[in-house]
Write a protein that binds this ligand. Structure first.
Ligand code: MN
Length: 228
């Protein structure tokens, strides 16, 4: 038994369709990966290389649980995203074999304190407190690639209180999943348990307490949470 001087933090697990839990190590998120979202945020989709930010594993909200409205913001935004679950790690992974490193996929929400992000951008500061706060990553069950395959097209949609807020197609990603894995694995050594939030399509907007967010991705599944 290891002699930790305080209780060791628990491993965060996301339910897997068909049974079991996927143990989460780190969460990487791709910024600006759908051209229409880049434009709505005032950017130029033609000149961006992939960039990444992170959230802590314990920011995940799994199993359809409620998400508390966070402190220190007046502008909480939804970003509906496909999540890639890494089952096999590696460094310098080639695009041609990148999908062999994927355990499965989930629907997720990259919840964002948009006002704090705008302030950080203005001053050239890090995004951590705009992106990586507590409960900032609601996620649905992970579906293994053995069942889902590796979807690279199909509907990605978010409804808030039943009304469509975001609706796009996975095929509109600027950086494909293999390209993203290849690029990210040159920046860090990927490990089993890592999640990659692959970016949001356009239509991001604010939510309020009481709103019910329900997202779906064709062939992968759903994510649901209520803001409380
Ligand atoms: Mn995002």
């Amino acid at each position: 038994m290891t002699d930790y001087v305080i209780p060791a933090p628990p491993i965060v697990g996301v339910p897997v369709q068909g049974g079991g839990l996927f143990p989460v190590r780190r969460i990487f998120c791709v910024g600006r990966n759908y051209a229409a979202h880049v434009r709505e945020m005032g950017g130029d989709p033609n000149r961006e290389t992939p960039f990444f930010f992170t959230k802590p594993a314990d920011a995940l909200v799994a199993g359809g649980a409620d998400m508390p409205y966070p402190t220190m913001t007046q502008d909480l935004h939804h970003e509906m995203e496909m999540v890639v679950a890494i089952g096999q790690g590696g460094r310098g992974i080639a695009e041609s074999v990148a999908l062999q490193h994927v355990f499965g996929y989930a629907a997720g929400l990259d919840m964002t304190r948009r006002d704090l992000q705008a302030e950080a951008k203005k001053h050239g500061r890090p995004w951590d407190m705009a992106k990586g706060f507590d409960h900032s990553a609601p996620i649905g069950d992970i579906v293994p690639a053995a069942i889902a395959g590796h979807p690279d097209q199909g509907l990605i949609e978010l409804r808030v209180n039943g009304n469509v807020r975001q609706s796009s197609d996975l095929a509109k990603m600027i950086w494909s999943v293999p390209e993203t894995i290849a690029y990210l694995s040159r920046l860090v050594v990927l490990a089993p348990g890592d999640l990659i939030f692959s970016g949001t399509p356009d239509g991001v907007a604010a939510v309020a307490k009481g709103d019910v967010l329900a997202g779906q991705i064709a062939g992968i599944g759903t994510v649901r949470t209520r803001i409380v």
